[in-house]
Design a protein around this ligand. Sequence first.
Ligand code: FA5
Length: 344
Amino acid sequence: MSELAAKLADLRTRFSTDVNAAPDEEALDGVRVAFLGRSGEVTGLRRGIGQLPPGERPGAGKEINDVVEAMEGELAIAQSRIENRVFEADLATQIDITFPAIAPVAGSLHPVRNVIRQAGAYFRRHGFAIVTGPEIEPDYYTFDALNIPSTHPAREGFDSFFITDTLLLRPHTSPMQIRTMQAHKPPVAIVAPGKCYRRDAVDARHLFQFNQIEGLLVAEGIHFGHLKGMLTGLCRELLGPDQRVRFRPSFFPFTEPSAEVDTTCPKCKGHSDACNMCGGSGWIELGGAGMVHPNVLREVGYDPDEVSGWAFGFGVERFALTRFEIDDIRRFIDSDPDFLEQLS
Ligand code: FA5
């Protein structure tokens, strides 16, 4: 190894050690000046080139230049390492790690689902089972077995979506009465929540897909008073402690007698002629109900002389409208999280 090469190797080693030890920009600049500055070590070596024989000078100049280039690269790397360290230290002083984390956005239960859950919990506490069934039903379960023969005009009241001549999207949850009674001997006590479909034009009170809760209790000695007691309890639990329930005579082929069920308007309690919730009547309609028709009991193999029962069917969205004092049923299907998360 030539004398110059040995000097350069030694210089490189010392330079690297000093560069790596430099704690900040100032120290790094000191190393740069000591080695590469105008009166630094490299300048001293360059001056020595003049003493070499003329033939060796270009080679020596190139050897020094190569080393200088490598040293400058090393300096640049060290420079950015120091800058990063300063940046990270600054960041640490700017971030308050004790600050509470931003909570992730969690979804909420849909208000309609909430009403179904709370109504289900109420009935379960009173010994009812919760059952579900198919949304596509044969017309037998939807109509015939419910005492609505094919010639009966009541079929038109359930303006249905037919899939074939005999299969349809169920327009009410009442088929679950038949399915339950055919599968179990009395006594039976069930509620059946689920989706229903009707060819209804959508407006503030109608959807073409909505939910109902069906209720059915059949045993010895069951009468209308039991129905009123259960429904009053339901309305008080979900709508408020002073709720009352009234029955208006009505007609359903599968119940006799039949009634429309109303509950006191939870908004005005019957005290405002101008109430926009109940139209000033003081009552809100929840759905239909009645004593299970003897023909229906016979159809499922029950003896109407031995057992009696009641059934009801409520619209869940209508119940939720009342509960949350909302004026338009379409709000439930707008999928507006800001609106939905306010209701629970
Ligand atoms: C029936 O569906 C009967 N099955 C109820 C019944 C069950 C009576 C058991 C007797 C014994 P109705 O067609 O009235 O009845 O519907 C019941 C409730 O469903 C209505 O009061 C209303 O709250 C809701 N409902 C009906 N159609 C729609 C609709 N298009 N959009 C939203 N809710 C509806």
